[in-house]
Design a protein around this ligand. Sequence first.
Ligand SMILES: [Zn+2]
Length: 205
Amino acid sequence: MEFSSKLLEQAVYEMSQLPGIGKRTALRLVLHLLRQSESQTEHLTQALTKLRTDIKFCKNCHNISDVELCEICSNPNRDASVVCVVEDVRDVMAIENTSQYRGQYHVLGGKISPLDGIGPQDLTIHSLVEKVKAGEIEEIIFALSSTMEGDTTNFYIYRQLEEYRIKTSTIARGIAVGDELEYADEVTLGRSILNRIPFENSLKN
Ligand SMILES: [Zn+2]
């Protein structure tokens, strides 16, 4: 792609670094921004800058938050003894949308994936084990998508927690293999949390 301006080229390059955005789409978006009023573009850049500088991760569940302890963890009506283990904020949002879950979450920040160079130490598994060790948790619900990485991660955590004799369950797999949680419809996802099964049972098939 030949550009008539270095500034334009630079902006298109940065935009094309986003997932799913090719050079042509990047160019279309940048031209759109150029046609917008300057204040509109400023709102976008300010929102992104503030996102990077001000965002916090809840010190208890590691979900994205504006404050030290997120709204879910600081809500006294949520049951802190039940913890749902998820990959990221999208899963929390999906499960919250079902209005069927009153426990807390633990956000791993990804899944174990040797091919992508992501090991257990890159996730928040250690802090989950610490919480269980401290005796704060009675049940862990695994709610990672049923991909190979999801299963590997579940199993790794399960083995880490085995000695503490807490209840471990997994959301019922009404959700087809490979489906991401965020795409499951609310009724199905809500039901699969209520009808969760002991984790041991999921290992047998
Ligand atoms: Zn939290």
